[in-house]
Design a protein around this ligand. Structure first.
Ligand code: 5GP
Ligand code: MG
Ligand code: MG
Length: 201
């Protein structure tokens, strides 16, 4: 279902065609996911390590962990597989690794979106090799229609997600097109003419 004209109008100036989830809807849903995650992390015998996938997860992670009232560690990894386009190369690489030691720890991978699943399965294998005792995934968006590799959680790991995303290329709330639009507090779809446009404002 497409959003209201009113929601679309707020974004006209940055080139958004329509808004899928408004700032208020994002905030409410992140609160629900945080409550679920907090309950599970509170039951663990020791602090979990929350691993954000840079750059896309930065807003979601920040909004999520401040609502999880439990002791935990936060770190980031960088995994790259996309160029400047809208299609994954399918060959992800870890281009910046963790600082925190995850051996024997419960890890929660925080992602902006799970699309084909390539990025996540590569990262999970990497964290498993480092000795994580369990691996959960908390993704803001999930596009199950595009999955090529199923997400293999480790140990008692759980899968948390904010919203199921329809098969559109979406931007905002951390998600970029050519590194732009990450700062939008809502999630939307770009006007077709915004693709491959120059980087002027
Ligand atoms: P996957 O490896 O699961 O195919 O893709 C994961 C990564 O691709 C995400 O972390 C994200 O960076 C990028 N991606 C996938 N779908 C979208 C989308 O609809 N919009 C944006 N901006 N990035 C996407
Ligand atoms: Mg990502
Ligand atoms: Mg990207």
């Amino acid at each position: 279902s497409l959003p209201s004209a009113a929601a679309a109008m707020v974004s006209a100036e940055v080139g958004i065609d329509y808004v899928l989830w408004t700032e208020a809807e994002v905030s409410a849903r992140v609160g629900e996911v945080a409550a679920e995650l907090a309950a599970d992390l509170r039951a663990l015998p020791e602090p979990a390590v929350v691993v954000g996938v840079a750059t896309g997860a930065f807003l979601f992670l920040a909004d999520l962990v401040r609502r999880v009232d439990v002791r935990l560690a936060v770190d980031f990894v960088r995994v790259e597989s996309y160029g400047a386009g809208t299609e994954s190369s399918g060959k992800p690489r870890i281009t910046a690794d963790l600082k925190v030691d995850v051996a024997g720890k419960h890890v929660v991978v925080v992602e902006d979106i799970v699309d084909t699943g390539n990025t996540l399965s590569h990262l999970i294998a990497h964290l498993e090799k480092k000795g994580a005792s369990s691996i959960s995934v908390c993704t803001f968006l999930d596009k199950p229609a595009r999955r090529k590799v199923s997400v293999q959680l480790v140990g008692d790991g759980k899968f948390y997600r904010g919203f199921e995303c329809p098969d559109y290329f979406v931007v905002g709330y951390g998600l970029d097109y050519a590194e732009l639009y990450r700062n939008l507090p809502y999630v939307g779809v770009l006007k077709p003419e915004m693709y491959k446009k120059d980087s002027s404002n």
